[in-house]
Design a protein around this ligand. Sequence first.
Ligand code: ATP
Ligand code: MG
Length: 601
Amino acid sequence: MRLSQMLWVTLREDPAEAELISHKLLVRAGLIRRIAAGVYVYLPLMWRVLQKISQIVREELNCSGAEECLLTQLQPAELWQESGRWDTYTKAEGIMFALTDRMERPMGLGPTHEEVITAIAREMIRSYRQLPLHLYQIQTKFRDEIRPRFGLMRGREFIMKDGYSFHVDGESLKQTYGVMDRTYRRIFQRCGVEFCAVEADSGAIGGSGSQEFMVLAAAGEDEVLFTGDGRYAANVEKAVSMPPEAVPSRFASAEKLSTPNTETIDKTCAVLHISPTQDVKQVLYEAYGDGGLLILVLVSIRADQSVNEVKLLNELQRHSDSFGCKSILRLNVADAAGNWAAQPLPVGYIAPDLPDTYLKASANIYPHFFRLGDRTITDLKNFVTGTNEPETNWVGVNWGVDFQLPEHIADLRVAQAGDRAIHDPSQVLASARGIEVGHIFQLGTKYSQAMNATFTNEKGEELPLVMGCYGLGVSRLAQAAVEQSHDQDGIIWHPAIAPYTVIIIIPNVTDSRQTETATQIYHQMQHSGIDVLLDDRDERTGVKFKDADLVGIPYRVVTGRSIGEGTVEVVERATKQATMVPITEVVTYLKGLLDRRLARP
Ligand code: ATP
Ligand code: MG
């Protein structure tokens, strides 16, 4: 492509709305333009990057035995009502764009496609002989994200590859899941990004095993905890670890002490001369079930620890039947002045046995506190906790004597860097930041059961299909690559995903020898399959070099004065290393370099 014929505008200034360097660079280098919050136009150069990533994804998935298709973006509400996700995805903080058609039928724009694919599977899959099956698509997804930001990282309209597999049993699912793990690794390797695979939470989509792929970058939204032996890596949402040992208590018997002005843990510990590991704090959450039920959840946890809200939400989900709900939609730390409270709460002094009389009697409020304990509290002896009376604390109390252990005990704590690992306590967890670019799930029968998608096995029994699903953020991956690979002058694309791999710069377009040589090399490169740009603009050389660096084309060829000696300068963008190459050899030279860098793993 000739730059003189392209719609390409670079900017000197950073766009005001951009925080991340990758976002700034994509806008400044003329790759994307914002139309609305979280909605971006992919300009021609960006579209080439996205096409290249999509092609790598396609090649690797096709090798794995998956088949490409294109599902519908418009999705009828009934399908989502069948799966039970319509309310979760359209009410409160739901992220589905919902609309009503001219016949007054509710519909949504696809944020994900489990419902649509399960509806197809239900109609088309009859027998075990058709299984296993794996279909995927590369398509625009719509999500009305609560906080769209960081350019393509969290868009409201973005490109995703999503695949869905169907199996006779969990064994077959595990096999495909393993193949997908290897396929994803190959995809990210070929795209030239540094990544790691981590254990992940399965979230609202449900199911059992799941793994995320993270591009490592300091600006990543996700925290990853891992051990140096390479045997453990998990998203902090999911991570488990051994908490630090509790310091033995200095109290020997139960006593209620007056502790004025100790509404925080720090103050309590200072006044009582104790470690927070001897204190049991109560954290109160408001959880919202479908149908509008409010459940007040009282979590007892060692005071040096904090509650992992993802683990808490999952635990509540497991108990949703007991509240008479299908699911818990969301939770937040309770507002003590909330209008569910029948009387002012002893904030800062709440005990594990906070009586249910604090709850207003109302059809919308679950009539009991749902009491949960984190595992850190179970072994504590002679500990400190609240009394439900302002300015007083219990010291030297014990479970089973002074307080009932909460009925439900679970791992609810946030694992932290510095904690010991469960698989080997001599290993200590370290923390890194990552950008989630892929997520593979073993879904099981959640959707097939809800939507009655079954098959007949060898014995003639009708069973629900066992499902897996595999997402990969194509547009997010493109930006994550930039976040990971840039310098003060601009983007440094890996040739595998660069919009063009070579840019030929004519320093002086009025010099016909320079122009002729450049045009000749340009045509030769085009014919040998190199994605080449020709900067034939009537601009100063400095501007051309700056633009080439900013947009990050991996190799630059300059047809300057050296053509008099029969050579051109080839500069590698990443290292700025310059080599003089004979004009007659430059195509072969670059072809060789590119072939090596584009070799498949
Ligand atoms: P996140 O936790 O970041 O919101 P998610 O768990 O909602 O992601 P999935 O539903 O698993 O993501 O989607 C599959 C992939 O699609 C993600 O791994 C991510 O790379 C990408 N993705 C998800 N949401 C967005 C978004 N708003 N903008 C761009 N890419 C996204
Ligand atoms: Mg999300």
